[in-house]
Design a binder for this molecule. Sequence first.
Ligand code: SME
Length: 158
Amino acid sequence: MNKQESLIELKPLVDKSREIVEGHGNRDEKLQLICDLLDEKVKIFDWTGFYLADPEADRELVLGPYVGEATEHTRIAYGQGICGQAADTHETFVVQDVSKATNYLSCSMHVKAEIVVPVMKDGEFVAELDIDSHTRDSISEEHREVLEEICDIVAELF
Ligand code: SME
């Protein structure tokens, strides 16, 4: 897939996410619809979910809506794994080969690549979008660009 094709395929996901955010339902229902959308439309996405900053805990993520295999990582401390590092640094993490990552929490032996995008609201970390792929080296710059746009829109829900 070349860059132009992939952006043409991916850009409608931004508009669709905006429709979901502005549509009916509560926050969890909307986050679930966005997970379902990304899972359905992007072949290389094999687990898609949101972790939320738990307001009742000290620097801890709690698993929110997701689609894919159940995970044992329902709570993750900031700093732990790829998810915890994104929560700490507020930066997007792209790992093309999880076997080479030193601070990584495994959810399934099938996962080969992962992207985690923070959701920032008024400069504060509120949540993150975590996506796993069963294909090594599969996460493109276009995926990152589109997912970051979607997370900017998702921030309106917080
Ligand atoms: N791999 C993540 C843990 C979450 S699961 O992928 C759903 C990490 O290293 O933080």
